[in-house]
Design a protein around this ligand. Structure first.
Ligand code: NAI
Length: 258
């Protein structure tokens, strides 16, 4: 018996972790709808994924626009089929000292990282509720767990994403929707290339147990696990750190032999 392909929406799908997740899901037979506000990145992603034909769709969307998000989700479902997955990967980051952080910066980061995640999740979950449930993965950050310098706006937004994910898990579990968060450590993506200075890179290397940056593909694998009902059907409300051990480590003994 042929099974219907599963459908997943990925916000921030034209770059970094979102794009790598799309590639992995397409390889596993999912259909994917990629939403991103960056039209040039969409054009590049569309060329990169051209071989997948009708299984992938692209929509220019700013996730903070509620009406546009609702219309984009509706179009994706009409085109690809009932939604079984959502990855909220769209986000922005900054490294700005507390005293230089303005309310405008703080609002912009929270508007995208938290409220945008809420807006798309609400639209998708409303449809999943009617079509038998699904799985939502919110991309948080290790910056939302311990305190990190320069991250008052970003870290607090990601802490909010973690709390939102747990609250959604509690409320949506009863309608068959699992919700989890992934907290990536330093991942080599276009976002990091704009935010991480050489000194900051050295500091990450010294504090990550595995002593390297992660790849977008390594986060994508965790996304696939949490999206797939056959792999993670009893997992909800969790925060999975894909961080090379950053949040588990303490004294690192950098001057000692292995
Ligand atoms: P990226 O910059 O490569 O991709 C993010 C995408 O989100 C971009 O294509 C961008 O256009 C899109 N986007 C931003 N604001 C948007 C909006 N308002 N509406 C629609 N699309 C929007 O970055 P990356 O690294 O793939 O980041 C993905 C997620 O992972 C983000 O939420 C980020 O905070 C999180 N993260 C990344 C880490 C890293 O080291 N790269 C570490 C921890 C978390």
């Amino acid at each position: 018996m042929a099974t219907e392909p599963r459908v997943c929406i990925i916000t921030g799908g034209a770059s970094g972790i979102g794009l790598a997740t799309a590639e992995r899901l397409l390889a596993e037979g999912w259909r994917t709808a990629l939403f991103d506000r960056d039209e040039a990145a969409i054009a590049r992603a569309s060329a990169q994924l051209a071989a997948h034909g009708e299984s992938v769709s692209f929509q220019a969307l700013d996730i903070t626009d509620e009406a546009a998000a609702e219309a984009a989700v509706e179009r994706a479902e009409a085109r690809l089929g009932p939604l079984k997955g959502l990855v909220n990967s769209a986000g922005i980051g900054r490294d700005t000292p507390f005293f230089e952080t303005t309310p405008a910066m703080f609002r912009q980061i929270h508007e995208i990282n938290v409220i945008g995640t809420f807006i798309v999740s609400k639209s998708v979950a409303g449809r999943m509720r009617r079509t038998g449930g699904g799985s939502i993965v919110n991309i948080a950050s290790v910056a939302g767990i311990p305190g990190n310098i320069g991250r008052s706006a970003y870290g607090s937004s990601k802490g909010a994403v973690i709390a939102l994910s747990k609250t959604m898990a509690v409320e949506l579990g009863r309608v068959g929707i699992r919700v989890n968060a992934i907290a990536p450590g330093p991942i080599e993506t276009p976002l990091v290339q704009t935010v991480h200075t050489p000194a900051l890179r050295q500091e990450w290397h010294d504090r990550v147990i595995l002593r390297r940056y992660g790849t977008a593909e390594e986060v994508a694998e965790a996304n696939v696990f949490l999206l797939d009902e056959a792999k993670s059907s009893y997992v909800t409300g969790q925060v999975l750190a894909v961080d090379g051990g950053f949040t588990a480590g303490g004294l690192m003994g950098l001057d000692r032999e292995a």
